[in-house]
Design a protein. Sequence first.
Length: 264
Amino acid sequence: MSDSGVVIWRNLKNVQRNPEWLIGATAFPIMFVLMFAYVFGGAIGGPGGDSAQYREFLIAGIFAQTVAFNSSYTVIGFASDLQKGIIDRFRSLPMSRLAVILGRTAADQVLSLVVLVVMTGAGLLIGWRIRGSFLDAVLGYLVILMFAFAMSWVGAYIGLISKSVEVANSAGLIWMFPLTFISSAFVPQSSLPGALRPIADWNPFTAAVNATRDLFGNNAPTGFPEPSGWAADNAALYAVLSCIVIIAIFAPLSAAKYRKVASK
């Protein structure tokens, strides 16, 4: 844990010295909020085109999308350290190898927390409100942060298998688009066509979004079909279980790949 703390501090100092990372991490989701809330909101805000209701429906999806896309910084960070030889320097030090991976994923959690604060402010400015209790709101944010932590382990593995920063830049984002758009982030999953609907129903991204919406008390706009099925009825439980499974798969894979890379 001590070694991880040092690596976390090192990665956060990198963000401080490269503030464009933080600007990029916040500007992109803010543009999504404005675009979907004011450009598309009237068209897809239900049969009545209630854009105010749709904005409340939208924010949980934007939160989940934001922290998921932030895992691309994990991908690029590892690929950059590999390319520059930083990983070799870490290997030569008397430190835990797991600390390098844990330090990167934990530092990106701090980045996700900062971005969530900015996104909360953006949501409040466009009329979004938390309708649930204070405890429910805290639990909603914890679900999003746990999902962010799970996605960062996926990003760690992709970063370690990427051959260069250029490859990592593409690999860190390309899998995000089907994950986020075949889900309930922007439209109810029950509105998706045939084969995509069951994928969206069991998509961990959908579970994180639905659980956060439920905890925030943000109901779907009038006329939107309500999600059904076990995953929808137990969204919070399924979201937590999905995150645990993702971490249980990608944490050992990342550790094994790091040992292989560091031993070369």
